[in-house]
Design a protein around this ligand. Sequence first.
Ligand code: GUN
Ligand code: ZN
Length: 432
Amino acid sequence: MQYMSLQIRSSFVHCLADPSISDKAVEYLADGVLSIANGHVTSIAAFDPSIHKNQQQLDLRGKLIVPGFVDTHIHYPQVDIIGSYGEQLLQWLEKYTFPKEASFSDEAVAQDAATFFLDELVSNGTTTALVFGTVHKESVDAFFNAALKRRLRMICGKVMMDRNAPDNVCDTAQSSYDDSKALIEKWHGRDRLGYAVTPRFAPTSSTEQLAMAGKLLDEYPTVHLHTHISENHDECEWVAKLFPQSEDYLGVYEAHGLVKKRSVFAHGLHLSDSEWQRLSKADAAVSHCPCSNLFIGSGLFNAKKARQYNVNWGLGSDVGGGDSFSLLRVSNEAYKVQQLQGQKLSPLDALYRATLGGAIALDLDNYIGNFETNKEADFVVLDPQATPLLKRRSSNSKDWQDQLFALLMLGDDRAVYDTYILGQSAKLKTSA
Ligand code: GUN
Ligand code: ZN
């Protein structure tokens, strides 16, 4: 099946560059044909009767097809604590997160969660994600096995944490190094899977452990680094106390060689200008997770600073701090977060961050993010008529950008008609 060729006729929109910088960054085809062979894009073009008329196409006119969504920060073991009441970050970790993550020492628990989680991602149009496991290496085996079965493009890592948390979710500096190394050897680069060295955040790692994380990055230069930074005020104060020798939060990671290309830092809400500048210089990326930032009351992401310092950033759901898997919902909250600061996130900006911008943040833009020839054919078929409200709003759209904005603001998994992975339908809905 994977090797079939396929042509789809529909409306398409995708980004070729950052729309806030270039006005030629977006291609929209009201009536286009996407051609796929061997799971990869062979062409995308406007429908031309002289070329396409006698060819067999899957007719998805009336839908809008966009590249598969890229979720740049999410925790698969937190699927069961999504929407938990009443706490901000540090208490939320203690009360909900650590007890749940402790249960992932049981591989059956991990397998069950990984299966549900990946089904949920696909139902929401997400085909690539950067994912936290738990401290247990079995959690990452379970995740990668499930992702491999679905042929998804996924990056995951075993959490490294050796202090300031209950014993049943802690490792040691040495065991975290050994387990991560074994997982890298087993999984990194296999099919579409990649490994991320994953120290949870500065407060739960000793300097010895952070040094081990740096050693892994030196030994395996193509793996990612995935962690949190500067999310919550109490967390930032705690980091200042735990690392008095460090000039700031980013400095803790820099001191251990963790800030580089393919380093992805979730949140970054309270960064100084100097930290923004150093992230930019290192070509590191930030994951903006507005659903989480609002749900656990952490703060507002300053997209203007990211732009000013030319820092790559993508969107993240941060499930289970975030309360939705849908990058449409995440785009909605990202829009509102900028509105609260007197800034605008245009529909094209949001589409870019959910697709090509996210792919660039993960250094995967050679493979995914748009419909350029030879890229992997991961895409989402959005249905502007999916709900009565969307149908009504869509009939009042003044142009395609307004239609796209309505989908981004009002959509969720109901608006995802189907998701294609390497050119193959997940067959989410069968009736038109
Ligand atoms: N900081 C450290 N761990 C976590 C986590 O699991 N979720 C969020 N949102 N922030 C964190
Ligand atoms: Zn997180």
